[in-house]
Design a protein around this ligand. Sequence first.
Ligand SMILES: Nc1ncnc2c1ncn2[C@@H]1O[C@H](COP(=O)(O)OP(=O)(O)OP(=O)(O)O)[C@@H](O)[C@H]1O
Ligand SMILES: [Mg+2]
Length: 799
Amino acid sequence: MAGGPFTTLFRIYASRNNVHSARVLLSNQNFRSMRQFNNWVLETHQFSTSFDVPCRQFSTSLVDIIHSHSPLKNPQFTIFNPADARPFSSSVDDEDGNRVKLNENKSLDSVENGGLEGVDENSVGAGDANESCVCDSMVIEEKQSDDVEGGNNIVGKKNLAFRDPVELYRELLTAEKNDNLKRSDWDTLQEIFSCFSKSGWAANQALGIYIGKSFFHTAVNRFRNFFFKKCSAELAMHLVSLGASDKAVRFLFPIFVEYCIEEFPDEIKRFRNMISSADLTKPHTWFPFARAMKRKIIYHCGPTNSGKTYNALQKFMEAKKGIYCSPLRLLAMEVFDKVNALGVYCSLYTGQEKKHVPFSNHIACTVEMVSTEELYDVAVIDEIQMMADSCRGYAWTRALLGLKADEIHLCGDPSVLDIVKKICSETGDELYEQHYERFKPLVVEAKTLLGDLKNVRSGDCIVAFSRREIFEVKMAIEKHTNHRCCVIYGALPPETRRQQANLFNDQDNEYDVLVASDAVGMGLNLNIRRVVFNSLSKYNGDKIVPVPPSQVKQIAGRAGRRGSRYPDGLTTTLQLEDLDYLIDCLKQPFENVNKVGLFPFFEQVELFAGQLPDISFAHLLEKFGENCRLDGSYFLCRHDHIKKVANMLEKVQGLSLEDRFNFCFAPVNFRDPKAMYHLHRFAAQYSIKVPVSIAMGMPKGSARNDAELQDLETKHQVLSVYLWLSQHFKKEIFPYKKKAEEMAIDIADLLGQSLIKACWKPESRQGGNPRPQQKEDGHERHKGDGYRRPNSLVKIYEK
Ligand SMILES: Nc1ncnc2c1ncn2[C@@H]1O[C@H](COP(=O)(O)OP(=O)(O)OP(=O)(O)O)[C@@H](O)[C@H]1O
Ligand SMILES: [Mg+2]
């Protein structure tokens, strides 16, 4: 017979008692959070800590079955006969009429060690049934007999411990109040209930029956009131004998469960619906059409500058119909230009613009814009490791899961290879790997710039991680050397970035040094000889932290691109003391990512909102985040930015849930109050259904100082938001799209002109003092030249 002695015992018991299934109640699942419970539900595919195992399934080991229902290594459980809710006793007679004894010592030991751990059902022989310890009820029985032998004979304890909680609860329902208890016994009962109410274990277990944490205390209070009115002397004394202990809590818990199921069906239903409406599990099933296809996935896997995108684009161009998904507008534009120049008609779709090229069957788009409706022969998803990005990762995940393409080329580093394999095994797609090496190795220059920007050379890209630092470096270089600098940073429109990149790439001018933020990190082909890190720390929105190694690698990899003027790449730091960190980062292998981002579609948020009709949108998103269920391979993308916009728009009346959802995704810089003001204005006009105006004047000319430069950046931001909204809402409501496009082009141009002559001291965006973190960062200030020579922030951080 398959299975070990425990299974055999149950089989005997089942056949003797005409039992058709075993009801298993898991008792030590210890959910510490809703998320943990969600994960548990996902892994076990059940919503409750109890389940039935039909006897016909006993051809495999019962212990294995139970293991498959619990992700814990050492599940403890009680087995009941579902027909009469009696616990299964291990001391049964076997088929020959012999009483099968349990090995008591082993049982107790194992129980104290937490149950099943280390029990290999098939390794123990029949009769040596140490697996019996798996049953809580057996444990109690054995301890009970010890107590009896020790003279501590408590009447009814054995019976009560074994009694079915459903039965106990039924008795309570019909019982009369018991007035014979002593004051001290009532006090003990009070303590037991207080212990119950504070028990994290009980609160976590209660999630299993959809009693949420916020309702748990109310439920316990109501249960206590009920219990005090009804409990028998026998029950009370049994609890008193256990005292305010875990044992008492565990004894009460199943009775509490029965009470809750009976008393709070609405509450349970509401919470259950809420949980199931925030279900983000099995995201591959969200795209049935893509699932119906047999897709071939090719993972172009390798470091920067190894030809991944180049090779994928060859397939894209050869295809009859193709789509290229880019991490950046700029890169989408680059591919759009390149592909059209090679004679393959290609359109461009980004959040802000749609350039339709007549007769084109190819599209270059930003990954957020990819359609999962259209059919393609070949799709390319570039920088696939961005699936793990905490904010935008969901867009890559959606593209991978949902694209309807016969062939999908993924380009990226190896960090998400394993998880992509896992996803492909779930989707049923075939995965092929193509591995790449860098065309030329990246060489670290050990000398560094010795803290002096006078040592910059033609073809250098100085990397700094804040706008302020970028301008300080640019000023210092232009003041103390004969080099001229181009700049690239996140707040610049892609057109201006491209203009600056072209200026730098073009040999026939004096702009031979690039000062850039991490915005150069992805995919751009620049003629960089050497990447020099001005510092290796950055402000992460909260504090100053070392730049993560993966990002350092990505940025350093910009040096020495194949086909560029400098095919051999060099990298170094400004400060000697940062060099070790740089070398460490470059040496580190790519970290294996085990979770990728997800974000709900509007329809999912809408479903969830149905459960919580009266709360604000920002609050709704927060609740969704708290209650959503996710598979082990996914995380919910950060949505602080969305919540900030949602909060700002809260007071705007007349927006539907869908309007709010869409407005919140507008690409606004929420740190820029002027941009936020305009977004608010757009939403307010939209809500009263008047055509949304741009209401923003054109600047007179290029910027003469940093404040004017920032004003240009903001103005472009506002126009970019307008254009984005005009693409995501009805055209009639945003009728000034054309005008916004023209203004945006002009402003990008003015920005380019401004940067060429920029030689002023940067200001903080709020016009106030620098952030406190910046004051404390250990920068020295040089009188007169306004340049702060950064000390090693990595060192300061490490200290
Ligand atoms: N087979 C090739 N023939 C000619 N040029 C090539 C070839 N492969 C790659 N290149 C050129 O080498 C440069 C780097 O290639 P590519 O952009 O594909 O690298 P990558 O691995 O995608 O890098 P990253 O990770 O930085 O995006 C590009 O300018 C590309 O045009
Ligand atoms: Mg690439």
